[in-house]
Write a protein that binds this ligand. Structure first.
Ligand code: 0O2
Length: 187
C-alpha cells in the first residue's frame, strides 16, 4: 500500500499549491480542509465481494479505484467546480472518470463531486501510474454525508423507508442553504 500512500502525499501537495495560489490571487480560500485515507482491508474486501471480483492483488488494483481517497471540503457549493477545473489543469494528471452528484444527487440525497484521477508516482526511479479518488464537496454536503454515513453504519442502525425519506428531505434543505450562502457571498 506504500505506493497509494505516496500517491496521496503527491496529490495533497498539488492541492496545497492550488490553495496557496488561489488565496493569493483571490484573497479568499476555496478550500476549507482536506482529508485523506487508504481504504481499510475490511472495506476493500466488502467492495470486492459486492462487485463479485476475484480475490487477487491484480483484480484489486485493476478494479478498485478508491484504494487511495482524498476529500476536499470547500466553504461554498460554487467552489466545487473551481476546484475541479484546477485539478484538471495539472498536466501530469489524467482524469479517468467523473461523477457529478452535485448537479444530480444520488437517490439517497448524497451530493458530492467525484473524480478518479491517475498520477505518476516514482518509487526507486520506477514510474507507477496510481489511481486516486477525489471527492469534492461543500461544508454543508459534508455535514450531511458524514452524519448519514454514521447513521447507516451504527451498530444495529437500520435505515428504514421513513428514515430514508427524512434524510432525503434534509439533503434538499441543506442544498437550499448551500445555494443561499452563495448569494450572501456575492453581496
Ligand atoms: P468509504 O468508506 O467512504 O470509502 P466506482 O467503482 O468508483 O465507479 P462506487 O464505488 O460505487 O463506483 O463509487 P461512487 O458512487 O462514486 O461512491 C463511492 C463513495 O462515495 C463511497 O465510498 C462513499 O464515500 C461515497 N458515497 C456514495 N454514496 C453515498 C451515500 O449515499 N451516502 C454517503 N454518506 N456516502 C456515499 P465507499 O466505498 O462506500 O465507502
Amino acid at each position: 500500500m506504500y505506493i497509494y500512500s505516496k500517491a496521496l502525499k503527491e496529490m495533497e501537495k498539488k492541492i496545497n499549491i492550488i490553495k496557496y495560489d488561489y488565496e493569493y490571487l483571490n484573497k479568499y480560500s476555496s478550500i476549507d480542509h482536506v482529508m485523506s485515507r487508504i481504504k481499510s482491508p475490511e472495506s476493500l474486501l466488502n467492495k470486492m465481494k459486492l462487485d463479485n471480483l476475484e480475490f487477487t492483488y491484480s483484480s484489486m488494483i485493476n478494479n478498485i479505484n478508491d484504494i487511495a481517497g482524498i476529500r476536499i471540503i470547500c466553504p461554498l457549493k460554487s467552489d466545487i467546480f473551481t476546484m475541479r477545473k484546477y485539478i484538471e489543469e495539472f498536466n501530469d494528471i489524467t482524469v479517468i472518470k467523473e461523477k457529478d452528484y452535485v448537479t444530480h444527487p444520488k437517490p439517497s440525497g448524497y451530493s458530492s463531486y467525484h473524480m478518479i484521477v491517475e498520477l505518476p508516482v516514482f518509487v526507486d526511479n520506477n514510474l507507477n501510474n496510481v489511481k486516486v479518488e477525489i471527492q469534492i464537496r461543500s461544508l454543508a454536503m459534508d455535514f450531511w454525508a458524514s452524519l448519514e454515513h454514521k447513521i447507516k453504519y451504527k451498530p444495529n442502525g437500520e435505515v428504514n423507508e421513513d428514515l430514508s425519506k427524512e434524510l432525503v428531505k434534509c439533503a434538499k434543505e441543506i442544498n437550499k442553504l448551500d445555494n443561499k450562502m452563495i448569494k450572501f457571498f456575492r453581496k
